[in-house]
Design a protein around this ligand. Structure first.
Ligand code: 3EB
Length: 370
């Protein structure tokens, strides 16, 4: 369907299924071959209260203003919310330990590893070097990390937030600089291929690159979208270094992390400037991705889907919210944030996670904060 193009350095980057290698399995510590689901939901609550619960792996506080976090599990993302300030809460399945390691914060329930880093761009001279540094630091954490029950952490998912993502023309756009630095720094964090990702622009004027992500005891499997050229194969017109992410990651728990998805078909943006048409196209892309990933039980209603939508212009928030809810009335959660998408003509992007019914029944619904 798409024209062949010269191989890119990342062309064919494999994401092989790795058997779960559990180095120190003993009769007292038998190998655990399955992964409990990560419980993800949104809440309107006080951060301090949520952090008191011992299974909380991470709390993301969205909103223009937020406290400077002290607890390593607390991240403030300065994207405006529509309505009251909102929290996203990740819960593990047993008591969490956490700490700081240089500029990094991390937490683990011994199944999952959460990590976050904020890098001030100024000392690095811009988003490119800041991104390279952020990803190298994450790589160093991963290289040194072992779960107590054995084995390294495999990255499943990254989120990236930077100020003024579309500033600068052509190859000087800050997003393109970010992509170049990320590609150089991401080695240790992408041994099995690229994880799913999101990259969104903030409007807070703080030139601080924020990267956070999730690793797990079991490697994930990358899934690409047949309607879209793989991002790491984007042609030169989108910048000197293609974005290094997979369209989705299937986790060892059976959950599906969906990358930031926009109205891109092949490699081209569709419906420039038309939010209503872009949101339908974006939802079509998500549907095709879910079908490709064999999420047969998601159904048209979107049961088990927890989504986030990013709108460039707050004026579009209500339309986006209602279009998503009418396509997926059984949605488990939706948060609409104001943020810039990495191509200027794109007005909306969606990401999220789907938990199959089997996973929800045992792990999610009992504890969900939605
Ligand atoms: C796209 O399809 C839209 O650079 O990490 C989506 C998800 C997008 C992740 C990234 C970019 C990224 O290309 C943009």
């Amino acid at each position: 369907m798409y024209h062949p193009r010269p191989p890119h350095p990342y062309a064919g980057a494999p994401f092989p299924d790795r058997p779960d290698v559990q180095a120190n399995a003993t009769p007292a510590n038998p190998p655990v071959r399955s992964l409990p689901a990560l419980r993800i939901g949104y809440a309107c609550a006080a951060v301090a209260e949520v952090l008191r619960e011992e299974d909380v792996l991470a709390v993301f506080e969205f909103g223009a203003r937020g406290a400077t976090p002290a607890d390593p599990r607390h991240v403030h993302v300065a994207l405006e919310t529509i309505g009251p300030a909102q929290l996203e809460v990740w819960r593990g399945s047993q008591a969490v330990t956490c700490g700081h390691e240089g500029m990094l914060r991390w937490s683990t329930d011994d199944h999952y590893l959460f990590f976050a880093i904020e890098v001030d761009e100024a000392p690095f001279g811009g988003p490119e070097q800041a991104a390279e540094h952020a990803y190298r630091e994450i790589g160093r954490l991963l290289d040194g990390f072992r779960f107590e029950r054995g084995g390294p952490a495999h990255v499943l998912r990254f989120w990236n937030y930077l100020d003024a993502i579309n500033e600068g023309d052509g190859d000087d756009e800050r997003y393109r600089h970010f992509c170049s630095g990320r590609a150089r720094g991401i080695d240790s964090a992408s041994r099995n291929g690229f994880p799913a990702a999101t990259a969104i622009g903030r409007h807070d004027g703080r030139r601080v690159l924020q990267v956070y992500g999730l690793g797990a005891r079991l490697a994930g499997t990358a899934i690409e979208n047949p309607r879209q050229v793989s991002a790491w194969r984007y042609p030169r017109e989108y910048g000197p270094t293609p974005p290094t992410f997979a369209r989705a990651t299937r986790t060892g728990a059976g959950q599906l992390f969906v990358s930031g998805t926009a109205a891109v078909i092949g490699h081209a943006s569709q419906h420039a400037g038309d939010t209503a048409a872009q949101i339908e196209e974006t939802l079509n892309n998500v549907d095709v991705l879910l079908a490709t990933a064999d999420e047969s039980d998601v159904g048209a209603a979107g049961a088990g889907l927890v989504l986030k939508a990013y709108v460039r212009d707050p004026v579009d928030a209500a339309t986006v919210d209602s279009r998503i809810r009418s396509r997926h009335p059984a949605l488990a959660g939706l948060l609409v944030l104001v943020g810039d998408i990495c191509r200027r003509e794109l007005r909306v992007e969606i990401d999220g996670v789907h938990a199959p019914a089997r996973v929800q029944a045992t792990d999610i619904q009992d504890h969900s904060v939605v």
